[in-house]
Design a protein around this ligand. Sequence first.
Ligand SMILES: NC(=O)c1ccc[n+]([C@@H]2O[C@H](COP(=O)([O-])OP(=O)(O)OC[C@H]3O[C@@H](n4cnc5c(N)ncnc54)[C@H](O)[C@@H]3O)[C@@H](O)[C@H]2O)c1
Ligand SMILES: [Zn+2]
Length: 363
Amino acid sequence: MKKIRVSLGERSYSILVGRGAVARLPGVIKEMKFTGPVIFITDRNVLTRTAPLIPPIVRKLSNEVYRVIVPPSELSKSVAIYQDIVQKIAKKTRMHRPLIVALGGGVVGDLAGFVAATYRRGVPFIQVPTTLLAMVDSAIGGKVGVDLPEAKNLIGAFKQPRVVLMDPDFLSTLPARQLRNGLAEIIKYGIASNRTFFDYLDANVKKVLSRDKKVLEKVICECAAIKAGIVKDDEFDQKDIRIVLNFGHTLGHAIEAASKYSDDFNHGESVAIGMVMAGEIALRLEMFKADDLDRIKCLVRNAGLRFVARNVPFKEVVNAFLHDKKFTAGSNRFVLPVRIGSVKVVENIPEFLVKSVIRQYVK
Ligand SMILES: NC(=O)c1ccc[n+]([C@@H]2O[C@H](COP(=O)([O-])OP(=O)(O)OC[C@H]3O[C@@H](n4cnc5c(N)ncnc54)[C@H](O)[C@@H]3O)[C@@H](O)[C@H]2O)c1
Ligand SMILES: [Zn+2]
């Protein structure tokens, strides 16, 4: 079992990565000396697909155990579902302070984490991510929250978990499209902060797609370590350090928003295109080499992702970009690559340049 430490003073915690990690849950709860009720928050897909893994673990717990099941959809990150969950918890636990366990992808993690951050002014929380995206990204770093109709993640908090248990065995039931969704974020880490890791991905991307357990474990550990390193220096996202994780996200979000968060583009698919567009902007600003941009395109393609967005109106993407929250008072901020493995924040990129790049990659 690999252990990665997220060093945040009294909020420090470990990420355990390896087959059988989820079976450590009873031991972890015992070590915490937590004797109150344990609430598993999960979604219906996770419940059915991971059915054989969980009951033996629950049987080993001497705590009262309850589960709350939400629909498997981004729509579950809503104020209505949040309220429904806390009311159910209050009823089930008769006001005893519970421990919340998020068992699922990023939707469940963000929602359950927000419940843990706010219910009775905060209760302990454990993340058990079951998607590749949640393992490499959302389960680390403590950003939790729900969506509003106006925008995603508009209500939220920082709530660090006590421990994160990452078990690659969960990934055997994950649909291939969800695997690629996580792979886009993985490629992001390579470009944004580690060239050696990018080279490793270049050589092993097919093994990730075929779910080679050893390669998956290595990739999850690398990403978790990169994110833990960034989060420890900028826990509350106030120092322009955590922002590097937004590489590919400015125009990626614009594609997601322009396609109305429909099934046409999931987050990773949008970010893949957003990363190539950020590379193109950097190339045109003469701060990035054409060979490096070609390597990114090649890896994106080999990961089964596209770098051209089809069937989404150019105008809608531009509008979404202009309305993005990072676009304030006439200026804009992009995370752009300098070379593979290094990015920097660049402000005030001429609008005609951004539009021209969108025109090139949105057909
Ligand atoms: N907090 C953060 O820092 C952060 C970072 C990135 C993304 N996010 C959030 O994460 C969310 C996306 O997360 P996601 O991509 O994991 O999506 P998700 O949670 O919707 O999961 C994707 C799909 O996979 C299913 N699933 C989950 N585990 C499975 C398994 N083991 N086998 C089979 N199916 C399984 C789910 O039921 C769902 O249908 C978004 O809401 C996004 O805003 C948060
Ligand atoms: Zn992302």
